[in-house]
Design a binder for this molecule. Structure first.
Ligand code: FEO
Length: 411
């Protein structure tokens, strides 16, 4: 174990003992160009608890940080809030080294950890709202099923009110800084949105339910300590407020256009659509899939009003880059969007029709028939593309105005 790796105090007798993955570029299909952290926390009281672990290759880094505070063998409890392997991969090794009195997880977590690691780890299930005394303090477990796995839970350290929120309120960002107030606010906003759009979006109703529970039960947090990215010790309401907005998925006056092109025909149509939309004074983002990652497109789509997708026809299908994006996007289940399809073709023309079908399957409010062109767009095709942009822009503006009136009425 490295002597140079130190734990970082995040509160009195609470330590960050996680790992920094500076080189992570891809998190199962989500581009993580700024790397990430796997956060684990040590709570030192009469009983010592380790909350979550790290990805397997970082087990020794975590144990070295723990050893800078207490001998790892002194840990009494390990809490597994989330079984996904970026937080449980090091658990078998940690259990072997630490030999804890107990490992706790939700009832579903007990089952999931068994399915990952077999019978070598004995897990004690805990229920929603159950508390674990540590001495002068206690941990209260909050079940957060499907946020974002069926076994997920969070814990609140009482009486301080420190929320250990596993993936919730997290973001992928490797940094030497451990606290959000030490980092660039715009980067945190973007990476938080990207995390939500690419991990949590399908579970938006569960997010809203959790926020409602926090409100109705009057839960107050002095700090939010997620499993990725920085700890929030100031402006603790920042991420919950953003989650309320992102999970609501209210339509805005923003049009996202994404496409792939072979000989610039579909690209020219995309430009004309963008031009038509921009003339209606809505926000327009054009993201060619040749240069923009699918996860960046999803980030732009968070808080948008329309998704317009274009593809040439290639081997009687849409272009594979567009199929890739739509497969990914449909799994993330964005809501409240207007949709439209467009694209060029040579002789068979399935590309834009494939897109149209998928947008309908995604339950987007699809506008009319796809705008298509044979081989190269002429002036008439570009005019129809521009008209599509105008139509989409007018529709998203109307819908965003209706949503704003609804918000004002509900305020
Ligand atoms: Fe960070 Fe769902 O794992």
């Amino acid at each position: 174990m490295s002597e140079s790796l130190r734990a970082v105090p995040v509160a009195k007798d609470v330590w960050w003992v996680g790992a920094i993955d500076w080189g992570l570029a891809d998190f199962h299909g989500y581009a993580t160009g700024r790397g990430t952290t796997y956060n684990a926390y040590l709570v030192v009281d009469e009983k010592i608890a380790l909350i979550d672990t790290v990805k397997a290759p970082f087990a020794d880094e975590m144990l070295a940080r723990i050893a800078s505070v207490v001998p790892p063998g002194d840990i009494d409890y390990i809490i597994s809030n989330h079984s996904e392997m970026d937080h449980s991969g090091a658990l078998p090794h940690a259990v072997e080294v630490i030999k804890p009195e107990k490992v706790f997880a939700s009832a579903m977590g007990q089952k999931t950890l068994f399915e990952h690691f077999g019978s070598g780890i004995e897990v004690t299930p805990v229920n929603d709202n159950e508390t674990l005394p540590l001495g002068s303090r206690r941990l209260r477990f909050i079940e957060t099923r499907l946020l974002h796995w069926p076994e997920s839970m969070m814990d609140i350290l009482l009486p301080e009110g420190i929320l250990f929120s596993q993936d919730g309120f997290g973001l992928h960002l490797a940094s030497g800084a451990r606290f959000a107030d030490e980092l660039d606010a715009d980067v945190l906003h973007y990476e938080g949105a990207k995390y939500f759009a690419n991990i949590l979006l399908p579970y938006s109703p569960v997010v809203l339910k959790l926020l409602e529970r926090v409100r109705t039960e009057g839960l107050e947090f002095s700090m939010i300590a997620p499993d990725h990215g920085p700890v929030w010790r100031r402006d603790v309401g920042t991420m919950p407020a953003r989650y309320a907005t992102w999970a609501a998925q209210r339509p805005t006056a923003k049009v996202v256009i994404t496409y792939e092109t072979m000989w610039q025909s579909t690209a020219a149509m995309a430009g004309a659509i963008a031009d038509g939309a921009a003339a209606e004074s809505v926000n327009v983002e054009v993201l060619p899939l040749s240069v923009r990652h699918r996860s960046d497109v999803m980030t732009e789509l968070l808080c948008a009003g329309a998704l317009v997708v274009g593809s040439p026809t290639m081997f009687n299908h849409m272009h594979p880059a567009v199929a890739d994006f739509l497969t990914y996007a449909s799994g993330l289940r964005p809501k409240n969007l207007v949709g439209a399809a467009f694209g060029s073709y040579g002789w068979s023309g399935e590309g834009a029709r494939d897109i149209q079908k998928q947008l309908v399957d995604m339950k987007l409010g699809v506008l009319g028939e796809p705008v298509v062109c044979r081989y190269v767009p002429n002036a008439e095709t570009l005019a129809r593309s521009r008209e599509l942009g105008t139509l989409v822009a007018k529709r998203v503006r109307e819908r965003s105005e209706v949503a704003a009136i609804g918000d004002a009425a509900g305020a």
